[in-house]
Design a protein around this ligand. Structure first.
Ligand SMILES: C[S@@+](CC[C@H](N)C(=O)[O-])C[C@H]1O[C@@H](n2cnc3c(N)ncnc32)[C@H](O)[C@@H]1O
Length: 306
């Protein structure tokens, strides 16, 4: 039986006021998905060091969407500041990981643009992409020699920065999208892939190569062809459950603790619970945190119906 707990900086738990650390102790004693609300740069510091086996996450992509919070990552005025912020977040993750733990990071790219107010493409005014953000990011950033229409190469810039900060980079998986966002471009191929990086805290790390394999029985390859889930989750950037499932099965065992510091709609938590893992989720926007709690609750009730 799973408990779903939603916490603030200080939360009510069992009738008394507890700090996040105490809350975490109680919660992780049982099968739990825990949704903590706050800025992951602060919240991660309160997680007991070394209790997480595997982190599966997807941060906001730089300049793409507005998650409606002053402390959101992805809305920095330069992509350099974005990379530094991510390095800081993943320092907190490394501290929370067991020595043999892994980090699975899905991160997307974007184009340096002057202008660009179209209805599709990386700088487009779609979904919850707000005008404010769009204007700010539709100026070519003054770094890395970027020019108008340059692909910024952000996934690799983040990966190199994490490598330099001490992470061991072990794999780059290409997620081939069965249903990519349409782009009305005529002078380059349309984007239909994203990157997932596998990092380890140390050279000797837990990886169960039997847990997810090719249909032929061979070792899993580093390209995954995945479509979006058919669901009505009210979040603009949900990743497929199968993506999280593969990372969780390869990187952990039943009972282990899975972490997602950019939890969004809680996909990592849903899959962790379904795979008999515990999970700590961190989300800045309380609206998404509430929605993810409902989603996880509903999903677990569905799985319990015979
Ligand atoms: C790309 S979405 C994650 C989507 C998630 N993988 C899913 O399947 O729903 C990134 C999330 O990170 C949150 N976020 C942004 N900055 C944050 C911060 N500093 N601390 C915690 N969460 C943050 C955003 O509100 C957003 O919901």
């Amino acid at each position: 039986m799973f408990n779903i707990i939603i916490g603030q900086e200080t939360s009510r738990f069992g009738g008394c006021s507890l700090a996040v650390g105490d809350l975490m102790q109680k919660a992780l004693a049982s099968n739990t998905v825990q949704v903590l609300v706050g800025d992951n740069r602060q919240v991660l510091r309160q997680i007991e060091p070394g209790i997480v086996q595997c982190c599966v996450t997807s941060p906001p992509y730089w300049g793409l969407r507005d998650y409606d919070h002053v402390d959101q990552i992805g809305a920095e005025s330069s992509p350099e500041a974005y990379v530094s912020n991510l390095v800081m977040v993943f320092q907190g993750v490394r501290r929370a990981l067991r020595d043999n733990g892994t980090l699975w990071l899905n991160v997307g790219d974007g184009y340096a643009r002057n202008g660009g107010t179209g209805r599709s493409g990386p700088n487009a005014l779609v979904g919850n992409t707000k005008k404010l953000l769009q204007q700010r990011n539709c100026k070519v950033p003054n770094c890395w020699g970027l020019k108008d229409r340059d692909l910024m190469g952000l996934p690799w810039r983040v990966a190199f920065a994490l490598q330099e900060d001490g992470w061991l980079l072990r794999s780059k998986i290409t997620w081939i999208k069965k249903a990519p966002m349409p782009e009305s471009v005529k002078n380059r191929p349309s984007n239909a892939t994203e990157d997932i990086f596998l990092f380890a805290k140390n050279p000797s790390y837990y990886y169960d190569n039997q847990a997810a394999r090719e249909a032929s029985g061979a070792n899993l390859r580093n390209y995954w062809i995945l479509g979006p889930d058919s669901s009505s989750v009210p979040h603009p950037a949900v990743f497929p459950r199968e993506l999280a499932r593969r990372c969780i099965l390869l990187g952990s065992q039943p009972g282990d603790v899975i972490l997602d510091p950019f939890s969004g709609s809680g996909t990592t938590g849903v899959v962790a619970a379904r795979s008999n893992r515990r999970a700590i989720l961190v989300e800045l926007n309380p609206v998404y945190a509430r929605q993810s709690r409902l989603r996880i609750n509903q999903d677990l009730q569905l799985t319990m119906i015979p």
